[in-house]
Design a binder for this molecule. Structure first.
Ligand SMILES: Cc1cc2nc3c(=O)[nH]c(=O)nc-3n(C[C@H](O)[C@H](O)[C@H](O)COP(=O)(O)O)c2cc1C
Ligand SMILES: C=C(O[C@@H]1CC(C(=O)O)=C[C@@H](OP(=O)(O)O)[C@H]1O)C(=O)O
Length: 328
């Protein structure tokens, strides 16, 4: 239920205000050179602290707990964990009975019959993306020939991101954003024609990032308004390079050797300091709720490195799956 992948199997665990969050990666090749320092850059890109991000700043120190010895992966399940040290669970006392509109509180309460850890979003928290980023660092080592780069291209519908954040904050509100991810150096042939198409595998993982509500590859939804003569990517050489890349690097569910390009839509943070109507689970009556606590104004600011991580996880699994298929 918390595991994804065919060969490289990634399981994430933990709660926002519990002891820890983390990831276990099974099926990894042994002998991958790995050190705690390898995680530093990507973890720093996900960490809070910048304007528009949550004031809950954590150390996010990776502890490589299993599957690692003398600086290399051993081939046993690799576990990386992160202690939660800066929790303010009192912020959530009131929310126990009053689910925040737009967050997971209401569905978590019903699905788990009230046994869910509601503090800081519990297991649903964006904090769980620490495990995804850690897995991404390792997955990038499985596919060294691929380079992946994601960036925030707009927030709150604007390309002037600082301005969009300042405006939202002034109004006690939040904003969403669009993150674009580009990966180059991908061999031709990863992915399957139907259920495990490269788009499906990437999308499956993309929707494992809390607050992601949409994804498009290449020209995406705009393709529906183009003519074939416009949309077709003309092949220009024997390596399969194309003059344009409306396909976003995938045809027939299979990578075509051109850059993989996708964009994800991140919704505005649901926890906002503006009164909104919700249900009181005890009284069964609706009431007004103003969410207090420490929240991101724009979650999308912290998503690019997570998008890179899920891309690396997807491509590593697809690559190892393809190698296994070819060697049958
Ligand atoms: C990096 C990251 C940070 C997040 N920070 C917050 C936050 O501060 N406050 C909040 O309400 N939601 C935050 N979220 C989003 C919630 O976790 C998410 O909306 C919730 O789990 C419900 O899932 P859904 O939005 O996919 O339906 C964050 C998500 C990510 C990926
Ligand atoms: C802690 C992180 O983000 C958290 C994600 C989150 C949520 O609802 O997803 C809500 C907030 O939690 P809290 O109320 O405990 O401060 C964020 O701070 C993190 O990303 O490391």
């Amino acid at each position: 239920m918390n595991t994804f992948g065919r060969i490289v199997r990634v399981s994430i665990f933990g709660e926002s205000h519990g002891a820890m969050v983390g990831v276990t990666i099974d099926g990894l090749p042994h002998g991958i050179k790995l050190n705690a320092d390898d995680f530093t850059d990507d973890l720093a890109r996900r960490r809070a602290g910048a304007i528009g991000t949550t004031p809950r700043v954590e150390g996010d120190i990776p502890e490589i707990a299993t599957g690692w010895f003398n600086g290399y992966t051993t081939g046993a399940p690799l576990t990386i964990l992160f202690r939660n040290e800066n929790t303010k669970s009192g912020d959530y006392d009131k929310l126990k009975d009053v689910p925040r509109p737009g967050h997971s509180d209401f569905v978590a309460y019903h699905k788990f019959d009230g046994y869910n850890d509601y503090r800081g979003g519990g297991h649903f928290s964006g904090r769980l993306t620490l495990g995804l980023v850690a897995a991404g660092v390792v997955a990038k080592k499985v596919i060294p020939q691929v380079s992946i780069e994601a960036r925030l291209i707009e927030a709150g519908g604007k390309t002037n991101i600082d301005e969009a954040i300042a405006e939202a904050q002034k109004q006690n509100d939040s904003i969403g954003g669009i993150v674009e991810c580009v990966a180059t150096g991908i061999p031709i042939g990863l992915g399957e024609p139907f259920f495990d198409s490269a788009e499906s595998v990437i999308s499956h993982l993309a929707f494992s990032i809390p607050a992601v509500k949409g994804i498009e590859f290449g020209s995406g939804f705009a393709a529906s308004r183009m003519r074939g003569s416009e949309h077709n990517d003309l092949i220009t050489d024997s390596s399969g390079s194309t003059a344009t890349n409306h396909a976003g690097g995938i045809n027939g569910g299979i990578t075509n050797g051109n850059p993989l390009v996708f964009r994800i839509a991140v919704k505005p943070t649901s926890s906002i300091a503006k009164p909104q109507q919700t249900l009181n689970l005890k009284t069964r009556k609706t009431e007004s709720l103003t969410v207090q606590g420490r929240h991101d104004t724009c979650i999308a600011l912290r998503v690019p490195v997570v998008a890179e991580a899920i891309t690396a996880i997807a491509l590593a699994d697809l690559l190892l799956t393809e190698r296994a298929r070819k060697n049958r």
